[in-house]
Design a binder for this molecule. Sequence first.
Ligand SMILES: Cc1cc2nc3c(=O)[nH]c(=O)nc-3n(C[C@H](O)[C@H](O)[C@H](O)COP(=O)(O)OP(=O)(O)OC[C@H]3O[C@@H](n4cnc5c(N)ncnc54)[C@H](O)[C@@H]3O)c2cc1C
Length: 305
Amino acid sequence: MTSMVTGEQARRLEMVYGGKVMLNEPMKRYTSFHIGGPADALVEPHDVEALQRVLQWAWNEGLPVFVLGNGTNLLVADEGIRGVVVRVGPGLDDISFEGAYVRAGAGVNLPVLARECAERGLAGLEWAVGIPGSLGGALTMNAGAYSHTVGDVTREVRMIGLDGTFSVKTGEEMQFTQRSSRLSHGDVIAYQALLALRHADPDEIRARTAGYMKDRKIKQPLHMPSAGCVFQNPSGRGAGRYIDAAGLKGLRVGGAEVSQVHANFIVNIGGASARDVLILMGVIRRTVYEKFGVDLVPEVRVVGG
Ligand SMILES: Cc1cc2nc3c(=O)[nH]c(=O)nc-3n(C[C@H](O)[C@H](O)[C@H](O)COP(=O)(O)OP(=O)(O)OC[C@H]3O[C@@H](n4cnc5c(N)ncnc54)[C@H](O)[C@@H]3O)c2cc1C
């Protein structure tokens, strides 16, 4: 694949935004699957102004931009990602408290945020402690667990368009639905959100948090590289139950395997390619459809190529 970003452009971008530009950066270093070919250019803006300068520069150069959080819901193609990958992480991870409200940067780790809130006796994010994404990724995916979602507590999201224009949306305007939101189209980047929590007994919050983590450790293959649940749950029954009932646990394609622990996880048992995972996902979809007439919808986002 030919890179869309030249060395000369990378030098100019470094001047413009005041940070490092990594050329041909392997995306497998940034995904929980440990899969993914090179990004033409990868940048990590240290504040909102730097983020704006990166976006305006890419917009003027006519380069595509992909926004990356913690890479825990992504399957990046073996060919990698063309254009500029903008990682929203450290630098955009401030947390501040205003009564029962928390204002947090999109780059903050969800488990860190959940624990900080718990420490202050603020309830409402206990379910998020085992979700390894960033807040920005969670707002995009409307991440959730145990009948809660991030959309339930979101009051406001501050974002920036690919042309560098700032805007603010209320929780209602965010269009949160099953594993999707206003951010899902990839044309705006969240940099901060205001979440509304509630005061509660810290011991009860700690007990709930510990209970959720215990449950995950039993039910999920947390020791293996994965991107969490591969398919969305169809109404009424978990996707994993269909995959398990179809006898697919343990099925392998190359280095990708349907987890023996949780059938809706595909794990990288060593050297898996994106192609391996895509083939395995295809086999799962076809088999579940043939056996149960259920068309599973991917939850993992497939990007690049
Ligand atoms: C072990 C494990 C367990 C998991 N358990 C759960 C679970 O219980 N519930 C659940 O919902 N998910 C779960 N996940 C999936 C994943 O952690 C969540 O979807 C998480 O919210 C993704 O966040 P991220 O920062 O990793 O996003 P990424 O994977 O980096 O990106 C996901 C999408 O969000 C976009 N995006 C990221 N940041 C921004 C931003 N700032 N602005 C705009 N768009 C952005 C990306 O472009 C991409 O389209 C799990 C994953 C793993 C590996």
